[in-house]
Structure formats: C-alpha cells, structure tokens
Design a protein around this ligand. Structure first.
Ligand SMILES: *Cc1c(COP(=O)(O)O)cnc(C)c1O
Length: 383
C-alpha cells in the first residue's frame, strides 16, 4: 500500500501485510502472553510480553493511526482507558479546559476520580469564543473536547480550539468517536491527540469495547506508550482482530449511516409530533455552516425533542420495533435512547437542563438497515 492511498484503501490495508510466517492475508490473532527470546534480553521480533506489545494490536494501532492521518496509534481496553491514559500525562495542580457537553463517563472520570488527585477542570461552552477562552488559567495543560457533542450534537471549531490551546501552552485532545476519521481528522486541524471509543463506529457491530489514541508527536507517543504499558489497560488480541475486521468497512458503513440519517432527519423535521429535529446536516441546524466546513458529511447521530415531554418520549421508545431501546451507538443496527434517564443520568439535573437535555429529548443512532423500514418504524412509534 502506498503512503498516500485514499481512505478506503488505507481502511483495508494500513498496518497489515500478509503474515510473515504463513502468508495468511488476515492478520492472525496472536493469542499469546509471551514470546521466546533467542538469548536473554534478545527478542526475535521486538516482542517480549503482550502487555507491552502484541502483533495483532500493533496492526490495529497502525491501521487507525493511518486513518486519522497520524504517525502513532496506542490502543486501550476501552474509550475511558484512552482518556485515563491521556490524563496520566498531567500532574497534581494541572488544570484542564473541558467541553460542557462531554460524554457522561468522561465527566465522571474528571469529577469523581481525577479531581481528588489534584487535577482540576473547568467546563465551558466551546461554541462561544469568549467563554471558551475564559476557561483557561495559568495551570491549564490540556483542552479536551468532543465534536459533535452528545446528545445535543453541538459542533466545536477544532481550528479555533487549537489556536486557543497553543496560545495558552496547552495540549489539545479531541474525542473523535462521533465523527470518526471518515468525517473529520482533528490532527490535520491542529489537535495534538485524537481519542476514540472504538466501541462505537470504529467497531461498528456492538460486539467490542475498546479505545485508541492517535498522535503525530513522537514525544507524546513515547509517553503514552509508556503509560499504556505501565498502567496496563490494553485490549486483548481477539478484540484487536475484531476491530481490524471492522475498520475494513468503516468508509462503507459511514456513507450509509450518513445517507440514512439525512433522510430520517428530514422526515423528523417535518413531523407534527416532533418539536425539534437536531442534525448537523439540516439547514435549520444553527452550526450547519461549520458542519459543512469541518466535516465531510454529517454522521449517523440524530437527536429530537418530541411534543408531549416524558410520557410521549417513553411511549416512542416502547413502541419502536426495528430500533432497539439501548445505550451506546455507532453499530450497524439502529438504536434509540432517552438521555435524561439513560446515558446522561449521572449528570446533575440542573446541568442537564442548562445543556438542553429536556425530558422530551430522544437520541437516535441510525444504523444501516433499509431506510424506508426505519422511517416506517419511527412513523408508527410517533403516531
Ligand atoms: C462511549 C464513549 C466514550 C467511552 O468509551 P468506552 O469505550 O465506553 O469506555 C467516550 N467518548 C464518547 C464520545 C463515547 O461515546
């Protein structure tokens, strides 16, 4: 594969070549904890112990790094472990500027685990330059953001975030879970680290929990590899194999997620039971311009506020037949959930309301089933 191959080619080939031992086209599951040494301390192929490195994981790390346009990938056993590794770059007394609408588990790690270790944070509305910049102080070492956010699908201008982070001498980390590298590559827009919960679109089949970090800085990569090995939250070889199988279809899946979501969003926008459809691809979306600039397409996530509040929202979630009422997102199957009761229940009610997470808010992860069936399902559930 050539370095400058396009996305679909890199998705299928990057990091992988026929197995040197057998010629196997697919990277084997190297289900081993340890490796023979030819002489004490002399490794046969750079591998000594599978917490430090494993060939199936090496292939996955190189594959996702390539998709993100980065030089180094570092894989973890979950998206939360990837965030945890990033926070291990910091020391007590350091400060983080955090998006006000981040994943619930991200908020929990900052609030319940790292705060007591002396790492403080300020949550800011990053869609507003003045409030964003007001979040920095002299101790700020890291900016952590998601775009689009969950579940309000707010967009953060990654270029602006990079400018502010640099100005204040902080690193910028972007959680690219919702967009995937198919839709946006934050490193190209100035981010220092990209983070994924590969449990979602990267995995795409709701059968693996995983995480990955990507960077272009060899210094950061060295530190993160050191933390990966020292802390030890590494993914199993089998999970790396499943994720390698997944990334081969990432571009094909994302095209269909986007196409289905586009049609469903416009169906919902015109529906009498829907007060508001929230989707970056809609003309009515307040940041539609930024979405067009920053993203290649608009993704598979849609939020909507139904008329009739909680009772109506509950009834929609009970009546769907193809959509499943479940947490998580990014799989080939369509999921529907209620943020206030489910994914965002750990966020205090006052903060939820300030963010717009109303009782009538429903989040859809649009799958790649036939879109006519999905629309019909929502239509009968809303009726
Ligand atoms: C799911 C998710 C995470 C956490 O990932 P896990 O794999 O569940 O640990 C982090 N960020 C976002 C945006 C997510 O959706």
């Amino acid at each position: 594969m050539k370095e400058n191959s396009k996305f679909g080619t890199r998705a299928i080939h990057a990091g992988q070549s026929p197995d040197s031992a057998t010629g196997a086209i697919m990277t084997p599951v190297y289900q081993t904890s340890t490796y023979a040494q030819s002489s004490p301390g002399k490794f046969i192929k750079n591998y000594d112990y599978s917490r430090s490195a494993n060939p199936t994981r090496t292939a996955l790390e190189a594959n996702i790094a390539s998709l993100e346009g980065g030089s180094y990938g570092i894989a973890f056993s979950s998206g939360c472990a990837a965030l945890d590794a990033t926070l291990h770059l910091l020391s007590a007394g350091d400060h983080v500027v955090l998006g006000d609408d981040v994943y619930g588990g991200t908020f929990r790690l900052f609030e319940m685990v790292y705060k007591q270790l002396g790492i403080n944070y300020t949550m800011v509305d990053m869609t507003d330059r003045a409030s964003f910049e007001a979040g920095f102080n002299k101790q700020t070492k890291l900016v952590w953001l998601e775009t689009p956010t969950n579940p309000m699908l707010k967009l953060i201008d990654i270029g602006l975030a990079s400018e502010l982070a640099k100005k204040h001498g902080a690193l910028l980390a972007v959680d690219n879970t919702f967009a995937t590298p198919y839709l946006q590559t934050p490193l190209a827009l100035g981010a220092d680290i990209v983070s994924h919960s590969s449990t979602k679109y990267i995995g795409g089949h709701s059968d693996v929990v995983g995480g990955v970090l990507v960077t272009n800085s060899s210094e950061l990569a060295d530190k993160l590899h050191y933390i990966q090995n020292a802390v030890g939250a590494v993914p199993a070889p089998w999970d790396c194999f499943l994720l390698l199988r997944s990334t081969k279809t990432l571009h094909v899946r994302m095209k269909q997620h986007c196409e289905n979501a586009r049609q469903i969003a416009s169906f919902l926008e015109g529906h009498s039971e829907v007060e508001k459809a929230i989707y970056p691809g809609l003309e009515s979306f307040p940041q539609h311009g930024l979405a067009k600039e920053q993203m290649k397409d608009f993704g598979g996530m849609i939020s909507m506020i139904v008329r009739g509040g909680l009772p109506k929202a509950k009834s929609v979630l009970e009546k769907v037949k193809i959509f499943s009422c479940a947490e998580s997102l990014g799989g080939v199957e369509s999921l529907i959930e209620h943020p206030a009761i489910m994914t965002h229940a750990t966020i205090p009610k006052a903060q939820r309301e300030a963010l717009g997470i109303a009782d009538g808010l429903i989040r859809l992860s649009v799958g790649i089933e036939d879109v006519d069936d999905l629309i019909q399902d929502l239509s009968q559930a809303l009726a």
